[in-house]
Design a protein around this ligand. Structure first.
Ligand SMILES: C[S@@+](CC[C@H](N)C(=O)[O-])C[C@H]1O[C@@H](n2cnc3c(N)ncnc32)[C@H](O)[C@@H]1O
Length: 191
């Protein structure tokens, strides 16, 4: 990957501060994460004790919510910024944290029952590749939970892009007066 691309995916100093505030944690917990839990319950999907991945985990607050709610048998969490992973490791969560890039995942095919993506795709220039990598590491009945700013702000083809990577949309909900969208996607396997 070029240095320019890597730099583009890193948060600016302002974004880094904004993502690590009590306000961000509050909305993450009470809106984005709660909506995911609601989607899963509504569709009878039980992630308790499963293998879960938090992609672009930031400083690990979302990883902590996932760990507490689902008590996964294995929880893998990664972020492209070493500073975020350094902070995440200090939380004492039972998760495997590492510095990683969503467009080149060092994880085996079909290893995950669910992948969580909280506000990451819009930072990645090659989003198609990132979503394809998520598809690859998901088990055949795996699900993808995504929260992103409304597509018109960052990625006009967000829904089309995820669909084209091999997913079927199960749930979609507007958040924050329509500025964000939460989704539940199911992996499709052509037989
Ligand atoms: C807006 S923050 C969200 C952090 C956390 N998920 C949250 O919701 O608080 C976006 C995160 O995506 C990470 N990121 C950007 N590009 C990435 C990539 N290609 N692979 C993994 N993480 C990436 C950034 O370093 C940053 O921590």
């Amino acid at each position: 990957m070029s240095d320019d691309k890597a730099e583009e995916m890193r948060l600016s100093r302002f974004e880094f501060r904004a993502m690590n505030t009590p306000f961000r944690r509050f909305i993450l917990k009470h809106f984005e994460f709660r909506t995911f839990v609601h989607f899963l319950r509504k569709n009878g999907i039980d992630l308790k004790g499963k293998v879960l991945v938090d992609a672009g985990c930031g400083s690990g607050y979302d990883t902590g919510l996932i760990a507490k709610e689902f008590e996964p048998s294995r929880l893998v969490a990664f972020d492209i910024m070493p500073e975020q992973i350094w902070l995440a490791r200090r939380l004492g969560i039972n998760a495997e944290f590492y510095v990683g890039d969503m467009t080149h995942l060092d994880l085996p095919d079909g290893m995950a029952d669910a992948v969580f993506v909280f506000a990451v795709l819009h930072h990645i220039p090659d989003r198609h590749k990132a979503v394809k990598e998520i598809w690859r590491i998901l088990a055949d009945d795996g699900v993808l939970l995504v929260c992103e700013p409304h597509e018109k702000f960052h990625w006009p083809e967000l829904e089309e892009g995820i669909q084209n990577a091999g997913f079927e949309m199960v749930e979609r909900r507007r958040l924050y007066a329509g500025f964000f969208r939460n989704y539940l996607w199911r992996k499709c396997v052509v037989t």
